[in-house]
Write a protein that binds this ligand. Structure first.
Ligand SMILES: [Zn+2]
Length: 342
């Protein structure tokens, strides 16, 4: 990557209202069959155009072809019964009705590979593709078969590895694994979570990211954040082992958060996607606010390893707010680029 401070988003962007009801997670599709396939592709084109217009350097599909960052992937697997639902507490935080694992899990067909090929055909810019992480997948299901979070995560890691290798062949430059569960289950992260992630990236030549955030700006998450006190030290628990892992890039929530920025010292040497945009607020950051967050991170991250980004996905925001935030991200990065090169 030649660009200094290349910008990207953590993942999702709002969907157009003709595809799904906006500002909502798990929003149902408004189209069906062939119209839905074409509608998703058109939405992907729009999401790409929004990123290009804002000058974003590493672009994505804005997750336009999926309803949810975890469940859409799981829907394509065998061994999971979506009719057999159980209510479980996910992320140790809120009750959700989830599908059950009822047998050996497997991936009969590629899941996002055609979508990634479609994105690849639309742009020459580097592209990043997000997948759920194995631990977060386990934490979004009821397991009636393996009866072991670790064993199930290991099976998911093998499946994710198959998908990741095909995404790489389709021309994806960076593959990201979303692991919000890494901010909650520290003992499991250290005993098997990171090992499963390394299994998921085994043999890949493209760059890899783990995205660890404090979640979308939904009430269960903002309430949780309020309970965490004045200093959020969750990252401290998993950083030492992540620093020694094979993952290339770590994507973190840094703006408007109470994460002590000096924790970044614990992952010195890794590339860091610094979240400089708050996705839980409709207030659009000023470029100067973005620059201030990046300058703080630069004390602990070498300039050639710093990737300005968003705290998390922007799916629940309005399109206008998301557009403003993309522009602010790019403008803030530009301020700091000038400081670094003059
Ligand atoms: Zn996130």
């Amino acid at each position: 990557m030649k660009t200094l401070l290349p910008t990207s988003t953590a993942g999702s962007l709002p969907k157009p209202s003709w595809l799904a009801e906006p500002e909502k997670l798990w929003s149902p599709w408004k189209l069906e069959n062939q119209a839905l396939i074409e509608g998703k592709q058109d939405a992907l084109r729009v999401a790409l155009q929004e990123q290009k217009k804002a000058g974003i350097d590493i672009v994505s599909d804005g997750e336009q072809t999926r309803q949810h960052f975890v469940t859409t992937f799981i829907e394509h697997l065998e061994g999971v019964d979506f009719e057999k639902r159980k209510t479980v507490k996910i992320r140790d935080r809120y009750d959700v009705s989830v599908p059950s694992v009822v047998g050996t899990v497997s991936r009969p067909n590629a899941i996002f590979v055609n979508d990634a090929k479609f994105l690849r055909a639309q742009t020459d810019k580097p592209i990043k593709w997000a997948l759920p992480g194995p631990m977060t997948m386990v934490d979004t299901l009821y397991d009636d078969h393996y009866k072991s979070r670790k064993d199930l995560a290991w099976e998911f890691a093998k499946i994710l590895n198959q998908e990741a290798k095909e995404l790489e062949s389709a021309g994806v430059d960076i593959i990201q694994f979303d692991e919000p569960a890494f901010n909650v289950f520290f003992d499991e992260v250290n005993s098997w979570g990171i090992a499963c992630l390394e299994k998921a990236i085994e043999g890949l030549k493209c760059e890899t990211v783990v995205h660890i955030c404090y979640g979308y700006g939904i009430k269960a998450n903002t309430d949780w954040k309020e309970s965490l006190g004045s200093e959020w030290r969750q990252y401290e628990e998993v950083f030492p082992n992540l620093q020694h892992s094979n993952i290339d890039i770590i994507s973190l929530e840094c703006h408007n958060s109470s994460v002590p920025i000096e924790l970044l010292e614990l992952v010195r040497g890794k590339k860091i996607m610094v979240g400089a945009i708050d996705v839980a607020s409709n207030t659009i950051e000023t470029p100067e606010e973005v620059a201030a967050t990046l300058r703080k991170a630069l004390k602990y991250v070498d300039a050639d390893k710093l990737y300005p980004s968003t705290n998390c996905g922007m799916a629940p925001l309005s399109r206008e707010v998301a557009r403003g935030k993309l522009n602010a991200l790019q403008a803030g990065a530009e301020i700091v680029r000038k400081e670094l090169t003059t």
